[in-house]
Design a binder for this molecule. Structure first.
Ligand SMILES: [Zn+2]
Length: 600
């Protein structure tokens, strides 16, 4: 059944036309880095090969140095000041994060980095000695120092536990709209170009390490009963072998008490890692069998947690395994060789990186949410600061759907009631705004996560679950390992459903129009044949519109008139007691008290 659907929708004729403007730059990183725990500074050296697949010559390369958000005078710290939060503005010289170049060369010539947003230094421009023509490749060599902040926020350190969510100069994404450099701010997250990474890390020998990618050489320190996981779990052969390119930072052998681990990752838009000498390890190896009984390895799942983390042992691997299995049915295969869930220094929430999740708790909801991000943001890579709804709202919806399918019927109730209150109080802003345009973190969260999740649920209900599932599979099939945006998703939804949906995305993402259906007059009368004819006045009181279900007794009907007032007749065998609009409470209706009327 699934194979048939793929065949039907994989080769859509308009795909070529849509894709002409798509850009996928060539990004190849080789990195050597050494962590010095006496200073807590990571020294890095990278060789980046950047191939310009866009149609225009480039005179500048843009990079992100997002560790520089977590220090005084960053755009992040200044934004937090507006809300009375001084935590990063006041962070002292020993405690704040930094990421500083020591040297940058392009094609053998030294260049001086420029910080266009100074004093913020999360965006850096590297002027090229000569324009990079379409099809041409520039080789960038960089030396830098990086340190995490002692106050953890999406990165950080605590004792010997280091969360290197950001640590290297990461090339800014270049998409259909050109360069997309953007400072890191509290509202909105990440966006990146797909790349190939070959990273050698040198650390103290007792460190246990988790990372995006596969540990192709060296010992990551994972132990179960004193043993390294078996080769099927380590997957050292996941990529065709190739020797490590020596950059000279890690020349000779690692010294006494030190070790090196080489990691590789392909088709990921970020490389993150974290480490702690006290990490404990749980793992799951999976394989699928074909009809002839041949086993194919599926992504390994690794879980690393601190001894003080209660509830992790066994549970997180099980939740992750269940989530990956379910998500592969919703979208399509997990395309990378492993997925690691680790415990982080920051005490709340979680953050998603390709193949790696850093979580603060073993909660099943959190595991399912962050695992869903491997598809929605990881493999289907939207610009999270520009359209957070497309990964955060989508992911929140998928997570609720997961629990709905597990039998949790009331999973939506709290979100629906909370949002209706926000709508009634007029506190909404358009869901499609860029992250930093929301007036405060509470509104950003309510719109980007909650309202967007309800919008996806309304779409699922309106299209029907079968059609909606085909929309998701087609979206994945067509755009996996590529950048995606609203237009891509809307086009797939329209194509698969055969419906015009511009109005839906415009209304729900780009206006704050509210929806309020109500029942006016209701009456019923017996017909000569003994049945009952009920007349219901249906009022559309808000500016927004959606098809709405009207239930009269045991009969229900979908109303698709846009009239502010319509009178509907329903004939039933039995005398109906009640008329109800949107009986399953799917619509974001800001006043539900007028959705129900007794029939006397
Ligand atoms: Zn999320």
């Amino acid at each position: 059944m699934i194979a048939a659907l793929f065949a039907l929708f994989a080769a859509a004729p308009q795909q070529a036309a849509q894709d002409t403007a798509r850009v996928k730059q060539g990004v190849d990183y080789r990195v050597e880095a050494r962590l010095d725990e006496t200073t807590n500074v990571l020294a890095g050296r990278a060789r980046l090969r950047y191939t310009n697949h866009s149609g225009t010559a480039l005179d500048t390369l843009y990079f992100h140095q997002y560790l520089n958000a977590f220090r005084p005078n960053s755009a992040w710290a200044r934004r937090e000041l507006q809300f009375g939060n001084r935590r990063f503005q006041d962070l002292g010289p020993e405690d704040h994060a930094f990421e500083r170049f020591r040297r940058v060369e392009v094609d053998g010539r030294a260049v001086a980095p420029v910080y266009p947003g100074a004093p913020d230094s999360t965006v850096v421009a590297i002027p090229l000695p000569a324009p990079l023509a379409p099809g041409a490749t520039a080789t960038v060599r960089m030396d830098w120092d990086a340190r995490l902040s002692t106050l953890p926020r999406r990165q950080g350190r605590r004792g010997r536990h280091f969360d290197f969510a950001h640590w290297y100069p990461r090339i800014a994404p270049f998409d259909r709209g050109g360069w997309q450099p953007h400072p890191l701010l509290p509202q909105g997250e990440f966006y990146g170009d797909f790349a190939s990474y070959d990273v050698t890390l040198e650390l103290p020998e007792d460190q246990v390490v988790a990372a995006t990618g596969i540990p192709v050489e060296g010992d990551p320190g994972w132990r179960t009963g004193g043993q390294l996981p078996p080769p099927e779990a380590l997957r050292r052969d996941a990529y065709p072998a190739r020797p490590a390119e020596a950059l000279g930072l890690l020349a000779g052998e690692a010294g006494a008490g030190r070790k090196r681990i080489r990691w590789r990752a392909e088709d990921v838009h970020h490389f993150a890692w974290n480490t702690s000498p006290t990490f404990r390890y749980d793992g799951v190896i999976r394989a699928s069998l074909d009809d002839a009984g041949n086993a194919t390895p599926l992504p390994s799942i690794h879980v690393l947690y601190e001894p003080s983390d209660t509830g992790w042992s066994g549970n997180v691997t099980r939740h992750t395994f269940n989530a990956v299995s379910w998500l592969q049915g919703i979208f399509g295969p997990y395309l990378w060789p492993q997925l690691t869930i680790t415990s982080r220094a920051e005490g709340r929430g979680g953050t998603e990186y390709p193949m790696l999740v850093m979580n603060a708790s073993p909660s099943e909801g959190l595991v399912v949410h962050e695992t869903t991000h491997q598809w929605l943001h990881g493999m289907l890579a939207n610009n999270e600061w520009k359209a957070g709804w497309l990964d955060e709202g989508f992911t929140s919806f998928i997570t609720d759907w997961y629990f709905e399918e597990k039998g949790q019927a009331d999973v939506w109730d709290q979100t629906m009631e909370g949002l209706a209150q926000v709508e009634r109080r007029g506190l909404t802003q358009p869901v499609g705004l860029p992250g930093e345009a929301f007036r405060d973190p509470a509104t950003y969260n309510a719109m980007t996560y909650d309202k967007a999740s309800v919008i996806f649920r309304m779409l699922r209900e309106m299209l029907g679950e079968d059609v909606f599932r085909r929309v998701l599979r087609t979206f994945y099939d067509r755009y996996k390992l590529q950048h995606v945006d609203e237009a891509d998703f809307a086009a797939v939804a329209e194509e698969v459903s055969g419906r015009e949906l511009d109005w839906f995305f415009r209304q729900w993402l780009h206006t704050t129009d509210t929806l309020d259906y109500g029942i006016g007059e209701v009456g019923t009368a017996r017909l000569p044949d003994g049945r009952w004819r009920t007349t219901v006045e249906v009022l559309r009181l808000g500016r927004a519109w959606m098809p709405v279900q009207l239930q009269v007794g045991g009969t229900s009907r979908t109303l698709d008139s846009r009239e502010p007032r319509q009178v509907v007749e329903v004939v039933t065998r039995e005398r109906p007691r009640e008329a109800v609009l949107d009986p399953r409470a799917v619509l974001l209706d800001l006043d539900r008290t007028n959705n129900r009327a007794a029939i006397r």
